[in-house]
Design a protein around this ligand. Structure first.
Ligand code: ADP
Ligand code: MG
Length: 234
């Protein structure tokens, strides 16, 4: 019964999302069609038209790409991982991007084990999305503080930037599909991240102050078994 409910809930949101995707993709497609029609009728396509067509195609590709992350082509595989390792991998991946924008990552970890059960690539995607947002919010550079605290029950990860912040009145809209405050944003990053965290039985919340910065806090259930076993065996 629960499974059935979960599935039907999934289907409604999928339906809503599909409507959004259709809408977001139709706009660039209309532009593309218009230009091609112009070419067919009068052969007057200029280089400006062509570069606009390319950027419309890139946009479609970006939107489809973000959705593929959720589509999970292979069966999801949950493995035991230390969150510190997953985050370190992502930080290494994003470091050159940060340096390019005069941004430095400041990382602090607790010494306790931070083992969780996770779909590694999806969790990485969450950290990539959040660090990207943090970088994009800091056009004049600064620090991004990443802090992980690991306790018996929960693992808490916080990412704090010194960026432009989010005005109170739009906070409730953050995470709505296609809600973006950026000219070339897709408005899918937070929604995708939220869904991935939910599928890991975790929570994600955002606190922000305009011109001070934004903190995203993620809580995930800690994996306890092996610690318990070690204690029993000792
Ligand atoms: P996108 O980045 O494509 O706009 P997201 O879902 O990642 O989509 O983010 C939605 C919106 O939330 C952003 O456009 C931005 O307005 C706001 N936002 C998210 N993270 C931050 C942040 N760290 N600082 C300031 N604004 C943010
Ligand atoms: Mg984003």
């Amino acid at each position: 019964m629960e499974e059935l409910l979960r599935r039907s809930e999934k289907l409604t949101t999928v339906g809503q999302l599909a409507a959004g995707v259709a809408h977001e993709i139709r706009n660039p497609l209309t532009t593309l069609r218009g230009f091609l029609q112009l070419q067919q009728e009068s052969k007057k396509l200029t280089l400006t038209h062509v570069s606009l067509m390319l950027s419309e195609l890139d946009r479609i590709n970006l939107i489809v790409g973000e959705f593929l992350i959720l589509a999970k082509p292979q069966a999801t595989r949950f493995v035991t991982k230390d969150v510190r390792d997953v985050l370190q991998d992502v930080i290494a991946l994003m470091n050159s991007e940060a340096i390019l924008h005069n941004i430095e990552f400041r990382v602090s970890f607790t010494d306790d084990s931070c083992r969780i059960s996770c779909e590694e690539n999806q969790l990485k995607q969450v950290f990539i999305n959040l660090l990207k947002n943090a970088i994009e919010a800091m056009p004049s550079g600064g620090f991004i503080h990443i802090h992980i605290t690991c306790r018996r029950e929960h693992i808490s990860i916080s990412i704090t930037d010194e960026g432009e912040g989010i005005p109170d009145e739009i906070i409730p809209n953050i995470g709505d599909p296609f809600f973006t405050g950026k000219e070339t944003g897709t408005g899918l990053g937070i929604m995708v991240s939220q869904r991935i965290i939910n599928s890991h039985k975790g929570t994600m919340d955002i606190k922000s102050q305009v011109n001070v910065g934004t903190t995203v806090n993620i809580m995930l259930p800690a994996l306890k078994e092996s610690g318990e076993r070690e204690r029993l065996e000792a």
